[in-house]
Design a protein around this ligand. Sequence first.
Ligand code: SF4
Length: 360
Amino acid sequence: MIERIFVTEAAVQYAYVKKICDRAELEPELIRDDAAYRNDIERFLTDPVGQGKRHLLLDVFRGEFFRKCPGTRGKVCCNYYVIDQTSNCPFDCSYCFLQSYLNLRAIRFAVNVEDLFRELEAVFRRRRFIRVGTGELADSLALEPLTGFGGMLMKFAVEFPGVVLELKTKSSNVDELPDVRKKPGRGVIGWTMEPAHVVNNEERGTATLEERLAASSRAAKKGYGIAFHLDPVVFFPGFEEAYLNLVEQIFSHHEKLDWMSLAGFRYEPALKSYVEERFPNSELLDGEFLRCSDGKFRYLFPERIRFFRRLVEKVKQLSPKTPLYFCMEDARTWKLVMGEKALTDPVLTPIFLREGDDEE
Ligand code: SF4
């Protein structure tokens, strides 16, 4: 998966660097900084996105790791916080926005995790409730066999009551994670799920559907809450039955989830050329799309609403107590699919506490 490890001058003194290189069985290549990677390595790559995913750049991050998820203009906010410690991912999904979003092609991994923990401790001590995750610019557990970072972060976070830490992944790397039973905080592992057709066609290097489901059962046994994200829902011939079957498979493994999110496939215009050039067999752009107010392209509104209604009905029928929410959809979509009271549904209150509700 990782073929080369680059270490910046700032990072080389950290013991964590040696641990990662030893686990990867790779000799570190010393570089001045990330600019040197761009100038000396990246610009000579023939497939910068694909090859960059096999390069791990160990660096020191001097800014703030913790931030509120910016959400998207005009869409309902789910009050989620994110930790940006890693950016980019060794997996390769055709729909991944990181292809057009990141300006460095290697996977950048900050080794100064003590600084991160110090920053988080100050935040976690102040809060009565916070839902936070690391899966915004990376897969939270894809590099776990090399870095062990997800496990370290989880061990730290679950000691704080009111902290809910979600590690979001398409891997099955849960076996090295700590047992979190009887901890004051809550650890959640969230899997992004797609029918096998989409996994096979659009997601390179990820765990299979069966592997993700089996891993979710193992994680539950260690005390983790389980979440699933049907995101992005992709339209393809037979997609409706495929997603409804997927929901059945999920709830044959788990009676109730900590939460489930839904989101239709959407894309920024810049993503299109990456899909066309890098994924010649992709079916992702085959549907009919309309540009929305936030500048992203989405499937036609009536088709989205019609299918979301079927999907929501299925989830509610199989697990009425599972909190279900939309990611990056507007209030109108919520109400049309889930009814007028969708946004004030008490089942969502524990996970949707607004900023300010939770501060002492
Ligand atoms: S697993 Fe997530 S972060 Fe990684 S390539 Fe796929 S969509 Fe992007």
